[in-house]
Design a protein around this ligand. Structure first.
Ligand code: NAD
Length: 512
């Protein structure tokens, strides 16, 4: 099959050093995979952008061996020197931001500002990680024994496996890679096979930075399907598997990693709720919910999928929501003024249509949207559904722009319904009443990893730890102290005296 020929696309691919056919594995050198040849498709047109030779188990083995070697060398680099390499990575990402952002739009269908925003998130992660490289603090503590010193220190962990989802094809890698790199780890990235080109482009940029610093090839890559992903998760050489994707994937990965008593960091599906009370600033709530529900065509883990409206404002909010949803400009994400691009593929469109059939079967009413668009690519309408919390479909994450709207009388009832789903990623309340806000943030309030007041569920900043509870997996990435999962903690006790006291007053006197 021929690849997409538009000049602009070709120029972007060319500047990112991508060709019509690309090798799908990197272990310090590029390796043409012996696996399947996959074409990356532009979801806005349905046409291929370029192809990749995927890695098979054999190429995975080469990359894994190289990652082990790279780790042995990299762990000896002082952390601030590792940070300097990550600083340069951030610099190169700044230089390539336009092209890389455009490639995210081309390959995933994100509108331009979101494509650029995703690259900015990588840059921000690099900046954050550079700072961390001088702050990988351990604690010292007082020993109960005289002339003893105790402290905890953090060492590099080992090669880390990073599995990423299609919808944040590069940011999620940076959440992990920038931090893992300053922590002294090497890594193997297995991106989604839906989005191999962005992964290749990023790895090519990272390769240049490594070469310029004479650094070991810590940023390994295997573009591969689920089978190689399974080999990777079972690989005892990788003490940590960080996996981002669906709950189904996370359960499988979690089981495999647990079976070898490894460490897993799981960032899985969400089913995020927004509560709007009668005291809310409705203009603010409306604007925020529109982006959270329909931005990225509903394909964020933090997308708002459930909206709880207090009875007194429900009719007005629904009317305004439907009117605004109908006005959202849908189209080619590379074009100015387009707010909503396509879904990732035909399967995603079919899944959405199937979910809406179930919605109707369970008594939900589609207030607006609900159709695919009759044009090339995988476009659908933003959809608002009047629903009841008893409808089982509302407990599932359908990865599409469907917003379920519920009504409630008092906040306790709304919080109970809000928490009654298996997922626990992001949540929000819109209110100007401080008691309602604090009730939502209290221990008896939202059960999610992220809880916001007067901003919606999506668009998290990297400064705070990101992740969710329950079936979302419990993992935390990005800010705060999440670096600790990429390191191993060691407690050290040093006796600098001449006595040999035992802890807890135990005695063990032998001989004369
Ligand atoms: P997916 O689960 O289909 O695939 C994610 C990745 O896992 C891909 O690289 C895939 O090849 C790999 N994979 C699948 N099964 C595997 C297995 N058994 N062993 C090893 N690897 C396996 O998800 P997707 O469709 O690419 O992404 C959408 C999903 O990701 C949504 O559920 C979304 O909520 C979630 N997501 C979560 C976060 C978060 O931070 N919580 C962020 C982005 C996306």
């Amino acid at each position: 099959m021929t690849v997409s020929t538009t000049t602009r696309t070709r120029e972007i691919l060319g500047r990112l050093r991508l060709e019509d056919d690309n090798p799908g594995a990197f272990d310090g050198s590029w390796i043409a995979g012996s696996g399947e040849r996959v074409e990356s498709v532009n979801p806005a047109t349905g046409e291929p952008l370029a192809a990749v030779r995927m890695a098979s188990a054999a190429e995975y083995e080469r990359v894994a061996e190289a990652a082990v070697e790279a780790f042995r060398a990299w762990r000896e680099w002082p952390a601030p020197r590792r940070g300097e390499v990550v600083r340069q990575l951030g610099h190169e990402l700044r230089r390539h931001k336009e092209d890389l952002g455009a490639l995210v739009s081309l390959e995933v269908g994100k509108v331009r500002t979101e494509g650029l925003g995703e690259v900015q998130e990588m840059i921000d992660m690099c900046d954050l990680a550079v700072g961390m490289s001088r702050q990988l603090y351990g604690k010292t503590m007082h020993s109960e024994r005289a002339r003893h010193r105790m402290y905890e220190q953090w060492h590099p962990l080992g090669p880390v496996g990073i599995i990423t989802a299609f919808n944040f094809p590069v940011a999620v890698w940076a959440w992990n890679a920038a931090v893992a790199a300053v922590c002294g780890d090497s890594m193997i990235w297995k991106p989604s096979h839906e989005t191999p080109l962005t992964a290749l482009a990023v790895t090519r940029i990272a390769e240049q930075v490594l070469r310029a610093n004479d650094a070991p090839p810590i940023f390994g890559l295997v573009v591969a399907g689920r089978e190689v992903g399974q080999i990777m998760t079972a690989d005892r050489r990788l003490p940590l598997i960080s996996a981002t994707g669906s709950v189904t994937m996370g359960k499988a990965v979690g089981r495999t990693v647990a079976d070898r008593v490894g460490r897993s960091l799981l960032e899985l599906g969400g089913n995020n709720g927004v509560v709007v009370t009668e005291s809310a600033d409705l203009d603010l709530a409306l604007r925020a919910v529109l982006f959270a529900a329909f931005g990225t065509a509903g394909q964020r883990c933090t997308t708002a999928r459930r909206l709880f409206l207090q009875r007194g404002i429900a009719a007005e909010m629904k009317e305004r929501l439907v009117k605004a949803a109908r006005s959202i400009s849908i189209g080619d994400p590379m074009e100015e003024d387009v707010l909503m691009g396509p879904l990732i593929n035909q399967r995603a469109v079919d899944d959405m249509m199937r979910a809406l059939e179930t919605v109707r079967g369970q008594g939900g009413e589609v207030l607006c949207g609900g159709h695919r668009l009759d044009r090339p690519g995988f476009f659908v309408e933003p959809t608002v559904v009047a629903a009841d919390v008893q409808m089982p479909i509302t407990c599932e994450e359908t990865f599409a722009p469907i917003l379920y709207v519920f009504e409630f009388d008092d906040l306790d009832e709304a919080i109970e319904a809000h928490n009654a789903v298996p997922q626990g990623l992001s949540s929000a309340i819109f209110t100007l009443n401080v008691r309602e806000a604090e009730r939502f943030l209290a221990a008896t309030g939202s059960d999610c990893g992220i809880a916001n007041v007067n901003i919606a569920t999506s668009g998290a900043e990297i400064g705070g730890a990101f992740g969710g509870e329950k079936e979302t997996g419990g993992g935390r990435e990005a800010g705060s102290d999440s670096w600790k999962i990429y390191m191993r903690r060691q407690t050290c006790t040093i006796n600098w005296g001449t006595e040999m006291p035992l802890a807890q007053g135990v005695t063990f006197e032998v001989g004369p």
